[in-house]
Design a protein around this ligand. Structure first.
Ligand code: NAP
Length: 312
C-alpha cells in the first residue's frame, strides 16, 4: 500500500521513514512538507495537491506538531484516505472525537498512535500487573529539553503541551499497563514566565483501589534522561525504565534484551506501521484518547506556578 508522510521533521526522519522503508506492507510514495523533502521521493508542499494528483496513495501519516494536525487529518479523511496520527492525536479532545466520528462514518482507518506502548517491555509489565493488587506507583519522566527538542519552539506555544509532549508517553504506558483506569485528582504545573506551556509538572491520580499513584515530569533535568515507572504490589515490585524498553521485577531483569541507550524507540515504529497496515486492511479505527484526557484534566484542574523564564 502506498503511503505519504506529512510533515518531514525530526520524528519523520528518525523513525517514520526508516520504518516505512523496512516494511513489507508499505511503499513510501510521497512527502508533503512546506520545507522538507526526502531524496528520491516525490514531494509536495501542500496536502490538497497530493490528494488531488495522487489517488493511488491510500494513506497519509501525519508527523507535524499537534496544533495543525486536525485540519490535515480532516482534509485527508474527507478525501477518502486512511490516516495515521503521531502522538498526541490532536491538540484538543473534541477535535479527536470529531476525527473518530468522521472515520467511522466513512469506514476509513484512523490510528491514534502511542509509540511508547510499543516499547519492548510494556506488554510484559501489563501481564505481570494484571493479577496483582497495586499499592503504589510513581512515574518519573524527566529529560533535558535542549537535548531532545532542540529548536522546537512549538513545544512552548499554546497547544504544544510543554513537558507533557514527552510526558504523555508515560501516560500512554500507564493507561496500557494498569488493569483499571485512573484519573487526575490534583496537579501542579510550572510555567516559565515567558512560555505558554509547562516546563515541569507533578500529578496525583485517583485509583479505584486507593493505590497511591503519582507522576513527576521535568524538562530541566541535565545529563541522562529518566523515563521510568515504578510499581509496588502485593506480589512484589516492578521497575519499567528506559521508556518501557527495560523491565526489572523484584530486582530480576525481565527485558528480552538489555536495551541499547542509543537505540531509543527501537522497534516501536515498525510495530506502529504493522498495526496501521492491519487497520487499513480492515478499515478500522484505533483511537484511545485516555492519555490525552489525563493531560487535558491536568490542565483543567492543575494549580499553576510561574517559574523563572526559560531561555529557548
Ligand atoms: P518538528 O521536527 O518540529 O516538526 C515536524 C514537521 O512538521 C516540521 O518539520 C514542519 O515541516 C511541520 N510543521 C511544523 N509546524 C507546522 C505547522 N504549523 N503546520 C504544518 N506543518 C508544520 O517536530 P517532531 O519532533 O518531528 O514532532 C512532531 C510530532 O511527533 C509531535 O507531535 C511529537 O510529539 C511527535 N514525536 C516526536 C518525537 C521526537 O523525538 N522528536 C518522538 C515521538 C513523537 P514543514 O515546515 O516542512 O511543513
Amino acid at each position: 500500500m502506498k503511503i505519504a508522510i506529512v510533515g518531514v521533521g525530526k520524528i519523520a526522519r528518525d523513525q517514520h521513514i526508516p520504518a516505512i522503508q523496512n516494511s513489507l506492507d508499505w511503499e513510501f510514495a510521497a512527502t508533503v512538507s512546506r520545507h522538507g523533502s526526502f531524496e528520491g521521493i516525490p514531494s509536495y508542499t501542500d496536502l490538497a495537491t497530493l490528494l488531488s494528483e495522487r489517488p493511488d496513495i491510500a494513506c497519509v501519516s501525519l508527523c507535524m506538531p499537534p496544533v495543525p494536525r486536525y485540519d490535515y487529518a480532516m482534509v485527508a479523511l474527507n478525501a477518502g484516505r486512511h490516516v495515521m496520527l503521531e502522538k498526541p492525536p490532536g491538540a484538543s479532545v473534541a477535535e479527536c472525537i470529531a476525527l473518530e466520528t468522521k472515520a467511522r462514518d466513512a469506514k476509513l482507518a484512523l490510528y491514534a498512535t502511542w509509540h511508547s506502548r510499543e516499547a519492548a517491555c510494556v506488554d510484559l509489565a501489563r501481564e505481570w500487573l494484571a493479577d496483582k493488587r497495586l499499592r503504589r506507583l510513581s512515574i518519573a519522566w524527566c529529560e533535558d529539553v535542549r537535548k531532545w527538542h532542540p529548536g522546537q519552539t512549538w513545544i512552548w506555544e499554546a497547544g504544544g503541551l510543554g513537558v507533557f509532549d514527552p510526558g504523555i508517553n508515560a501516560l500512554s504506558i500507564l493507561t496500557k499497563i494498569l488493569p483499571v483506569p485512573v484519573r487526575v485528582v490534583a496537579a501542579e504545573l510550572s510555567f516559565p514566565e515567558n512560555c505558554e506551556t509547562p516546563i515541569a509538572a507533578t500529578l496525583n491520580f485517583g485509583h479505584p483501589d486507593g493505590a497511591e499513584v503519582t507522576g513527576t515530569f521535568d524538562f530541566r533535568q541535565l545529563g541522562d534522561e529518566t523515563w521510568s515507572i515504578a510499581a509496588e504490589t502485593d506480589g512484589g515490585n516492578l521497575i519499567l525504565s528506559e521508556g518501557g524498553a527495560r523491565l526489572m521485577v523484584n530486582g530480576v531483569e525481565r527485558s528480552p534484551r538489555v536495551p541499547d541507550v542509543n537505540q531509543a524507540m527501537s522497534g516501536e515504529y515498525p510495530r506502529l506501521y504493522a498495526n496501521m497496515a492491519k487497520l487499513t486492511n480492515e478499515r478500522r479505527v484505533d483511537m484511545d484518547l485516555s492519555p490525552l484526557i489525563l493531560v487535558a484534566d491536568a490542565f483543567l484542574i492543575g494549580r499553576r506556578k510561574i517559574v523563572e523564564p526559560f531561555d529557548k
